[in-house]
Write a protein that binds this ligand. Structure first.
Ligand SMILES: CC(C)(COP(=O)(O)OP(=O)(O)OC[C@H]1O[C@@H](n2cnc3c(N)ncnc32)[C@H](O)[C@@H]1OP(=O)(O)O)[C@@H](O)C(=O)NCCC(=O)NCCS
Length: 172
């Protein structure tokens, strides 16, 4: 069974193992940047807990909830759900970022991850979400389009020099 759940104490070993795998093969990854540098796992969990609440974070940032996705209890990836589209998220970043660990890519998990993320978005009352991906990220574009993504436009990010495709998806 494939489920999405928030990271907890017992997931430490699996998450650190996934981070190692990612850093080895895909250090420049996007989608789930919150796991990029976990120095202290308990502190990481504490921060994830705080980031869910607007009153505990910078008022210019969106609250967000982070999920691990487990297939038969094995961690295959994760996603972050941003509750609002504050600041630059409307251009690039959107409501949902996701990542499948390198050893599990091209096996259909990306499509499942986004489907699970849409369910979580619906659970917090979002009717539609913005999902963006780099214009050269063919896998991610396919994941979005297969989940009903309706392409709106491209956005050129002057800071990174990268272009992102912007899609809207109805959650209901
Ligand atoms: C993008 C990503 C989530 C795709 O995950 P995945 O598990 O490989 O996706 P799926 O297996 O569901 O594949 C979806 C489709 O994309 C295709 N695909 C996946 N990776 C691809 C690649 N690198 N190049 C071309 N096509 C690719 C698959 O073949 C499949 O095609 P199909 O619909 O014709 O069968 C994964 O590569 C990843 O985590 N990348 C790093 C983080 C990232 O880019 N996240 C998204 C940020 S917007």
């Amino acid at each position: 069974m494939i489920i999405a759940k928030e990271f907890a104490e017992q997931d430490k070993e699996q998450l650190l193992d996934m981070v190692n795998e990612i850093n080895k093969y895909d250090a420049d990854f996007e989608g789930l940047v919150v796991i990029r540098s976990i120095e202290d796992y308990n502190l990481f969990l504490k921060k994830l807990g705080e980031w869910k609440h607007q009153e505990l974070i910078n008022p210019n940032f969106s609250p967000q909830t982070t999920f691990g996705v487990f297939d038969d209890k094995k961690l295959v990836g994760g996603f972050v759900l941003r509750h609002t589209l504050k600041g630059t998220l409307i251009n690039n970043g959107g409501n949902i970022g996701y990542l499948v660990r390198p050893s599990k890519r091209k096996m259909g998990y990306g499509k499942i991850l986004l489907k699970l993320a849409l369910e979580k978005a619906r659970d917090i009352g979002l009717q539609k979400v913005l999902v963006t991906c780099r214009n050269d990220n063919i896998g991610s574009a396919k994941v979005i389009e297969s989940n009903g993504g309706v392409y709106e436009n491209d956005y050129y990010d002057i800071n990174s020099g990268k272009t992102y495709r912007r899609y809207w998806i109805q959650c209901e």
